[in-house]
Design a protein around this ligand. Sequence first.
Ligand code: FAD
Length: 534
Amino acid sequence: MEAVNQESVVAPGDLREAPISLTTTDTNLTGSWKFFRPVLQNRLSPCRQACPLGNDIPGLMQAVADEDLDKALAILRLYNPLPAVTGRVCPNFCQQECRRGGHDQEVLVGCVERFLGDYGLDRPFPKPDAQRPEKAAVVGSGPAGLSAAYFLAAAGIQVSIFERDPEPGGLLRYGIPAYRLPKNILAREIHNLTESLDIRLHLEHPVSEDHISSLVQEFDYLFCAPGLWSSVRPPELPESKLIIEGLDLLRRINREEKIEAESFAVIGGGNAAVDAARSLIRLGKKVDIIYRRSFAEMPAYEEEKLQALEEGVNLHERLVVSRAKEEDGRLRIVCAQAKTQDGRIVTGVEAKSLDVDRLVVAAGQAAHMRVPDHERVFCGGDLSLGPATVVQAMASGRQAAQEILQSVDPDLVQEQGICDPHMPTVSNTNPRLDYVPKESPLVPGQRDLTTRKSGFTEIHSGLSDQEISQAASRCLQCGSCSGCGICWFFCPDVAISLTPDDESRVHMDAEHCKGCGLCAAVCPRGVIEMEEDV
Ligand code: FAD
């Protein structure tokens, strides 16, 4: 490269004299010139805002980075009683909003949550300050029921859960396969929760619609979260014992029952279809998925879809089953082309036929029971939300618990467990991370393909202890001023001063700030925003 000739750029005499004031600027109150002023205040981080439970992610990341795991677990449990579960199966809405995402790598909140969840498996939950006389019944021990039970019991209410199955957990136990959520982890987390807080768990105790009325007599409050355990069945399909429901199949696999037959076609593109297909692959079966839209439009999680293909599931996109007929103990399935028109599926000519031993219908879930209306009966989870996610089901359980506590005694509603809805938020549109050094991404461990296909061992092994600490330290603490001093460094008016020992850390001198906005533009934590100076 040609060297720059300094002399040709600036020659002696080119620069005019610059005026320099040798007196103090204190007397010149340039702050009166501004139309906008910087406002520094704590704000809700985008990750926390995106979390249906409002987990205090920056708070617990800071505690992990400080190596205070007990504090981090305590913060997490204020919002989430099942972190070993959510750390494994939550789609991590928080990570999708992490401001570090476009910079180097989003903070792996799920991995840290999983680590803390496992750390807490045998560490009891704190007991309530006092037991109360009120009694609440919870129908269903899925994530919604467990979450409601937790928030009620933590406030001292006596809670009994009624569950029709032999083991608690709902879809966590009988839907999600063990290679994603090991059954021993789930069992330990639920056991710790119910034991620590004296939650009575009545297993193999189905509650009918009529029974709900008698529970209302016996208990002060009822929370019903029975989930959605009926399958939506396409009307074209005939009655046949060779056609089975996806949730029934998953329940049988999760109970380690023997699955007869060798080849399966699965209708659907959501979690149930992909979980059923991948579980069957692990049992050595041949599996085809038939989905009416494209691969990209399948609602199952991206990683699950990709891994299903890697593991050997055959995918037939843009097809619908138009006919199915039993022939010599097998099923002949005929599929027609499908295309989307104005958001609806329109079928075309028949394009493919498959001969399989079983057809698995996993194309949607529906309610299997109705809950009668009553002022002391609350509902939540998938039954109220429609097919949702674990964390959304838990949030609805907490919401119901808080409504109940509100009517028992408003003082019981734990403020710590709720994000302040009036708190201003960090803008996520333009993260100002130019001065945050880029770090290489962390890669969670994962079993190889052969091990994956050969059984139900958990696929992900998480991060090492050292990587957990790195992951937590990467959190920028968006929304809280750390006193990093970048605003002070860039302020052209010397209107910012740092006082590290002071709580508020950064002081803005309104009398001299001209409102240029540089401080807001460079603040990596998004705590400074410009507002009109009225
Ligand atoms: P459920 O989990 O269905 O629990 C309901 C409970 O009520 C069950 O234990 C049931 O036995 C019990 N019950 C029902 N009727 C009665 C009765 N009459 N008397 C007593 N008890 C009764 N979400 C994620 O976030 N991540 C995932 O990876 C994920 N994977 C999924 C995989 C599959 C196959 C499916 C189907 C869903 C998945 N989901 C996932 C969604 C998530 O599992 C659900 O949103 C969540 O479990 C709903 O919680 P719930 O408590 O409302 O219902």
